[in-house]
Design a protein around this ligand. Structure first.
Ligand SMILES: NC(=O)c1ccc[n+]([C@@H]2O[C@H](COP(=O)([O-])OP(=O)(O)OC[C@H]3O[C@@H](n4cnc5c(N)ncnc54)[C@H](OP(=O)(O)O)[C@@H]3O)[C@@H](O)[C@H]2O)c1
Length: 264
């Protein structure tokens, strides 16, 4: 059920990539609930259309735009439609992403290239297309992962894309600081979405959900806070923060601990 809550983002225009599912869908709903006009970008038109209807029926302003993050011209057109519909961009949530499972020794380069196209080049193209339309107070929010801080076995290719996204965030933050546009990186841990189902596989790695994980709404709440206030690095749970801090402080011990994970 979608409701208009306190309208802290009234008058703002937001783009959410990967809005058809999971974290992006939850984020789009919360942004609309705070009064932002929201552009819903993803490939699945049916799902985007249903979300567009839901938001509109509750009094929100929204526009669904079919977008393929692996296609630069598709991203450019999505940004053009945003400007035609709403006139500016205040918030860009680079959330669209695809996973890739497989051991480094077995990864296919074409799979890794595709995942980089979506997770890194797609986000870069969104930033480059949106920036000329962003004013002071703008927010760029990139959705990374805790395993974009410490790579783990069997998903190393995916981790590499998130490390690359972090690097883009860090350089960009400083480059555009005099424009008063903030760049936030969000590092979710395991989240209950269709992400693993949707991931590319190298061989026949298992699908299905691991126990635990937070609901996508919890990640979306953190993204909304970043949209309201900015911020640099955002973690969703205390355990995520502890995981990252621990792996940074004790990389060798982390290697040893992860060996068991790598075995099965
Ligand atoms: N779930 C987790 O445990 C977890 C943990 C840490 C970080 N993350 C990150 O969170 C983000 C959202 O993932 P999620 O968990 O919400 O997974 P999800 O439910 O699978 O959603 C992924 C979204 O990305 C979109 N997408 C994928 N490929 C695309 C493409 N080529 N063009 C346009 N959109 C594309 C999908 O839309 P279409 O298929 O309609 O195009 C979908 O809306 C990702 O960046 C992911 O890496 C997830």
């Amino acid at each position: 059920m979608w409701t208009m809550t306190s309208e802290t983002l009234k008058g703002k225009v937001a783009i959410v990539t990967g809005a058809s599912s999971g974290i992006g869908r939850a984020t789009a709903k919360l942004l609309a609930g705070r009064g932002a006009a929201v552009v819903l970008a993803a490939r699945n038109e049916e799902k985007l259309g249903a979300l567009e209807k839901e938001i509109s029926a509750s009094g929100g302003r929204t526009l669904a735009v079919k977008t393929d993050m692996a296609d630069e011209s598709s991203i450019r057109k999505m940004v053009e439609r945003t400007i035609a519909g709403f006139g500016a961009i205040d918030i860009l949530v680079n959330n669209a992403g695809v996973g890739l499972s497989g051991r480094i020794a077995e990864l296919r380069s074409e799979d890794l290239r595709y995942v980089f196209e979506v997770n890194v080049i797609g986000a870069l193209n969104c930033i480059q297309a949106a920036l000329p339309h962003m004013n002071r107070g703008g927010r760029i929010i990139n959705v990374s992962s805790v395993i974009g801080k410490r790579a783990i076995p069997k998903v190393g290719g995916y981790c590499a894309t998130k490390f690359a996204l972090n690097a883009i965030s860090d350089a960009l933050r400083v480059e555009i600081s005099d424009r008063n546009i903030t760049v936030t990186t969000v590092y979710p841990g395991t989240t209950r979405t269709a992400f693993r189902e949707n991931s590319r596989r190298t061989k026949d790695e298992k699908r299905g959900w691991r126990p635990g994980g937070v609901e996508p709404e919890k990640v979306a709440e953190k993204i909304i806070r970043a949209a309201e206030r900015g911020g640099r690095d955002v973690y969703v749970t205390l355990m995520d923060r502890i995981f990252v801090a621990g792996t940074m402080l004790m990389p060798g011990i982390t290697d040893l601990a992860l060996r068991a994970w790598a075995r099965d």
